[in-house]
Design a protein around this ligand. Structure first.
Ligand code: CXF
Ligand code: ZN
Length: 378
């Protein structure tokens, strides 16, 4: 019986920023109170893994570290006080906690759990110590409360959602971060409605998931904005109807072009890159009177966002959203249902599938912009 005993298994450790991961043997401690130990079935690479993998300064740069936060697994064992999950449950670990107890989790207005705030984007267990030791007995940092680039991980019960085992695991995996973020932003934050116009800045997995969400809500025009012209064909599968390449906008600004295409500005704009200048373009592209801009991208350069007050004076709104406003425990099972009912397109996001040993290939593909989601099988 493995319960209550450490497990030795393989993990992909990042020893220093920007370096290839190394598959090493690690020891994974048994779950403490309020934790579960999960056997990862498959995981995928999200752009945030790259962001923090590259980061070489500041409090968020913590090494050695086990990255990965988009995954699906099976509960191997549970710690004390864990009642909602048991051994054998199919689960999604999620970086955004849903404790169900704090003011934020209890409110329908927020998904930003205040009981377990993520300090400096590190995401260690609630007692601050690591459940991972390398072969020299040295602790290895967790990542965003999840750390899925390992055969086994330990995750707080607040960061785990039980899902139906009917959904293929590689499809479920996508709902752990990127796709839920985009769909959530369209459905829960913007509340896109039938006949509305949408502009999406950045057609990575998150931007395409926004398109998919807008398509399912019956948006009449979904404009994709991306520097890569190949994204238009890809975007069409997710409902993108029109395309703007900023590099081809010579005479006019992107916002002028979008205003002309939408009779005065898009009803809903989404920034899915994390660039302050693009956020400004998005706001300028939204309609005077009621246009709403949702910012999903994480700006890592520390650039301030400057908005002309007269731009929003006549009713435009701008909002941020972490994890697309998704409250993990209630919304993710709903997304799973939408997939099982053949409404939500998840299949199109999977562009590559590889084995765990080849994990660095997933990094190369995403860095070169060649993949949307690469499924990494354990
Ligand atoms: C990101 C965005 C918010 C902070 C942590 C990382 N989430 C997932 O990719
Ligand atoms: Zn992510």
């Amino acid at each position: 019986e493995t319960e209550r005993k450490p497990i030795r298994c393989k993990a992909a450790i990042c020893r220093s920023p920007g370096e290839p991961l190394v598959i090493e043997e690690v020891e994974v401690a048994p779950p403490e109170a309020w934790e579960v130990r999960i056997k990862i079935l498959c995981t995928s690479l999200c752009h945030s893994d790259l962001t923090f993998w590259k980061l070489d300064m500041g409090p968020a740069a913590a090494f050695p570290r086990i990255f990965g936060h988009e995954a699906v697994g099976v509960v191997e064992s549970v710690g004390e006080h864990v009642e909602e999950l048991r051994e054998g449950d199919t689960v999604l670990p999620v970086f955004q906690p849903d404790c169900g107890e704090c003011r934020d989790c209890k409110s329908q207005k927020s998904n930003d759990c205040s009981k377990f705030p993520i300090a400096h984007y590190i995401g260690m267990p609630r007692d601050g110590t690591s459940r991972f030791k390398d072969s020299n007995g040295q602790p290895v940092h967790h990542f965003l409360f999840v750390s899925s680039f390992t055969e086994y991980t330990v995750v707080d019960v607040a960061n785990v959602v039980k899902i139906s085992s009917d959904i293929p695991v590689e499809k479920a995996c996508l709902l752990s971060c990127g796709v839920s973020t985009g769909v959530g932003a369209a459905w829960k934050v913007a509340e896109v409605e039938e006949g509305s116009t949408v502009a999406i800045f950045g057609l990575g997995a998150v931007g395409l998931a926004v398109a998919e969400g807008a398509r399912l809500r019956g948006a009449s025009k979904i404009i994709g904005v991306d520097l890569n012209p190949a994204k238009f064909e890809i975007g069409k599968k997710f409902g993108v109807t029109d395309f703007v390449n900023p590099a081809a906008c010579l005479e006019k600004s992107v916002s002028q072009v979008i205003k002309e295409m939408t009779d005065g500005g898009a009803d809903y704009c989404f920034e899915c890159i994390g660039l302050a200048s693009l956020m400004q373009d998005a706001i300028c592209s939204s309609r005077q009177g009621w246009g709403r801009t949702v910012i999903l991208g994480v700006e890592m350069h520390g650039s301030p966002l400057s908005i002309n007050p007269n731009e929003i004076l006549r009713g435009k709104t701008v909002t941020g959203s972490i994890f697309g406003g998704v409250k993990a425990k209630s919304d993710i099972p709903f997304f799973v249902k939408k997939y099982l009912h053949k409404e939500l397109n998840l299949d199109g996001f999977i562009t590559h599938e590889i084995g765990f040993q080849e994990i660095n290939k997933a990094f190369d593909l995403l860095l070169q912009g060649k993949s949307l989601r690469c499924i990494i099988w354990m």
